[in-house]
Design a binder for this molecule. Structure first.
Ligand SMILES: Cc1cc2nc3c(=O)[nH]c(=O)nc-3n(C[C@H](O)[C@H](O)[C@H](O)COP(=O)(O)OP(=O)(O)OC[C@H]3O[C@@H](n4cnc5c(N)ncnc54)[C@H](O)[C@@H]3O)c2cc1C
Length: 405
């Protein structure tokens, strides 16, 4: 009897999808693998979309995520530009918008998310920045714009502000919270960053509520509780909504993602996995399911899933890490900031090579590294180990973090 192996289907050809494919090939998996994506492009890296690629857009400068030999491997099939619209989990069959059906034995859902819509009248007039086509459109509009209003003072909003200022455009950032990047950064880092943007000519308004947006001829009027702002472009950078429409409805978590265990397995299902921004995975360090929207999570989680599928069960859980590049500075953030934490500066926060840590009851929980990436893995070790380090030692720039770790 000839045994026909059902394929491994990866839905979503973004970072986690592409990384899953690469890792499966690296693990020596010879079963058929299908990578199905809704975008027309081969997988590319997303962080440059709000950084270098937006300053001078050229799709040729996009960073590909899969080497040509992986895409051309004999057991690999790439299907682009056709979203998967439904999955029959019992029969193990996926259906695409074009009406194609794809049988699978194992499934990895790596559908990421889409820009969150601004829920006010005229909110649909805003553009978002999540993919290559968004970047191309925003870049083209920046070519002729004089003024942009960015709604949301988070990572993407501030990186866009930087890119727009570099093109000589007037920028206003409207942030609903009391400070920029308030969910990620401690107050001292947040205030330093806001000042840097203001010194660069960006008008930053915090604690502001956007009530409506109107289009008047070729311009936009953004009505807020602090007055009216006019612009040629309005960007909504207020977070993302996970793409969970095709996920099993009984596997959705409180964070809006797909619940998985530490191996990326979808709770209650065999051979079904979720990875990247869409996954809400159990993290033993925090004792909770977390949905992370970071590059490294989308890079590492698929590697554990691929090993598990290849028959070498693996787990993945990490101390959250992300970076942002703004105004010539590289900021790396380890751990989660909480308002009950205590800041511990090392050097003058913001200066090249400085750090701003935070602790809770003496335990180091995280930190921001300012142009100081070399300390990242030592900080991760300290946080991972729930280390108790005397404040004086943590604050002392003469004491190498490597030693403390
Ligand atoms: C502009 C930007 C800048 C960023 N900068 C940083 C940074 O500086 N540092 C950092 O740590 N992280 C950064 N990130 C986050 C990082 O890029 C993401 O965490 C990562 O891309 C997540 O990978 P993913 O595969 O889960 O999702 P994505 O990369 O979004 O890929 C998901 C893919 O699935 C597709 N898809 C969705 N639904 C379907 C369907 N039904 N059928 C088929 N395909 C589907 C989507 O269109 C997309 O192509 C940035 C993200 C963006 C958008």
């Amino acid at each position: 009897m000839v045994h026909v192996q059902r394929p491994i289907l990866i839905v979503g050809a973004g970072q986690a999808g592409a990384r899953s494919l690469r890792a499966l090939i690296d693990e020596g998996v010879t079963a058929p693998i299908i990578l199905a994506g809704d975008e027309p492009h081969e997988p590319y890296d997303r962080p440059p979309l709000s950084k270098d690629l937006l300053k001078a857009f050229n799709p040729k400068n996009a960073d590909p995520l899969c080497p040509a030999e992986v895409l051309a491997a004999p057991n690999v099939e790439i299907k682009l530009g056709d979203p998967v619209t439904a999955i029959d989990y019992e029969a193990r069959v996926a259906t695409t918008a074009a009406g194609e059906t794809i049988d699978f034995g194992s499934l990895i859902i790596a559908t990421g998310g889409r820009s969150r819509a601004l829920p006010v009248p005229g909110g649909d007039l805003c553009i978002g920045l999540r993919n290559m086509d968004d970047c191309a459109r925003l870049s083209q509009e920046l070519d002729t714009a004089k003024r942009i209003v960015v709604i949301g003072g988070g990572v993407i909003g501030l990186e866009v502000a930087d890119a727009a200022r570099a093109r000589g455009i007037d920028v206003t950032v409207l942030e609903a919270g009391p400070r920029v990047m308030g969910r990620i950064l401690p107050p001292t880092a947040s205030h330093w960053l806001a000042k840097r943007h203001q010194a660069n000519g960006t008008d930053i308004r915090t604690g502001i509520t956007v009530n409506r947006i109107d289009k008047i001829d070729a311009h936009y009027a953004v009505e807020t509780d602090q007055g009216l702002f006019e612009a040629d472009i309005v960007l909504a950078a207020i977070g993302m909504t996970p793409n969970t429409e095709i996920a099993p409805t009984d596997a959705l978590g409180p964070g809006g993602g797909i619940l998985t265990d530490t191996s990326g397995r979808i709770a209650g299902y065999d051979n079904l996995y979720a990875a990247g921004d869409v996954a809400e995975s159990f993290n033993p360090h925090f004792g909770a399911h977390l949905r992370l929207e970071t590059w490294r999570n989308a890079d590492r989680q698929p590697q554990a899933i691929a090993r598990t599928i290849a028959g070498n069960p693996a787990e993945y859980a990490e101390i959250p890490w992300m970076w942002t590049d703004q105004l010539g500075h590289n900021l790396q953030v380890v751990g989660f900031w909480t308002d009950t934490s205590e800041e511990v500066p090392r050097g003058v926060p913001g200066e090249h090579g400085s750090s701003l840590f935070w602790t809770c009851d003496g335990v180091i929980k995280g930190g921001v590294l300012f142009d100081n990436g070399r300390d990242r893995r030592f900080l991760e070790t300290l946080v991972q180990n729930k280390a108790v380090v005397p404040t004086e030692s943590l604050a002392d720039p003469e004491l190498r973090l490597k030693k403390l770790a």
